[in-house]
Design a protein around this ligand. Sequence first.
Ligand code: 16G
Length: 309
Amino acid sequence: MSALVDLHCHGALGHEFGHESGGSAAAVAHHRAAGVGSVVASLVSARPDTLVGQVATLAPLVARGELAGIHLEGPFLSEERRGAHDPSVLTDPDLALVESLVSTCAEAGAPNALVQWTFAPERAGSGDLVAALARHGILPAVGHTDASAAVVAASLVAIADACGRPPLVTHLFNGMPPFHHRSGGPVAAALAAAARGDCVVELIADGVHVAAEVVRMVFETVGPEHVALVSDAMAATGLGDGAYEIGTLEVEVSGGVARLADGGSGRGSIAGSTSTLAQCVRWAVEVAGVPEADALTAASTTPAGILRP
Ligand SMILES: CC(=O)N[C@@H]1[C@@H](O)[C@H](O)[C@@H](COP(=O)(O)O)O[C@@H]1O
């Protein structure tokens, strides 16, 4: 069996990736001890100077081989589909931010540390963002989007053309409008593209984010070569219920489910998972009924192909 590869993970043991070096190392060690061989650290939307600082903290861990890379989840996301991202920092694509994060990684001795970047394709300037990311070998990932099926489909084609490989769709179903039979939205576009082999869809199989029958349906529809199981694990992973943070937003974890605590602008959105990827694989097999070999492919070979195309 290949080692598990988690492409989307925010932390563990009370630590969010990027906040400080020791905590970031402890978080990745927790996931690795749980059987996840490679972890990509995901950063939620933040101000540009904050993101530069967080990437500067994480790039040495990539250089040392502790982390497999860094994923920027925003800040070029839809306000409508922001989920647990701070609305005050969301913005249209900012190419200067891309360049400064790339330079920060190079200065830390990890020139290829940025592996993927989630954006909403309806944001103005998305085409230029895709071109810039492709130039730097960073895989654009479509997510936290309120775009139509047509806009998402066109963006997936544009990314494949620019990068010469299929793009990612960030946690399919979460952070996008639900599928409706008279308005298929991003889900329809992503499933059709994945079934053709033209994208890989992330799925958070933690028992909270996506129903068992939907997880099984995705595997049966697009096949495990086009699904990347991800944890989306936040700081409470490995600890108990209580008060935590994601970015600058307060989170309440109750019964293992993380939700924004603000009661106002965030509308109690789910705010990441409290499961490791190894626990997600177990849930996919034991509860969702995904064949074990398929769940393991989607948690190892498929995401490894995203990291090492
Ligand atoms: C770190 C992150 O962004 N995680 C997202 C969260 O933002 C979103 O609220 C949730 C549910 O999304 P949904 O309400 O669209 O299903 O999925 C993920 O936990």
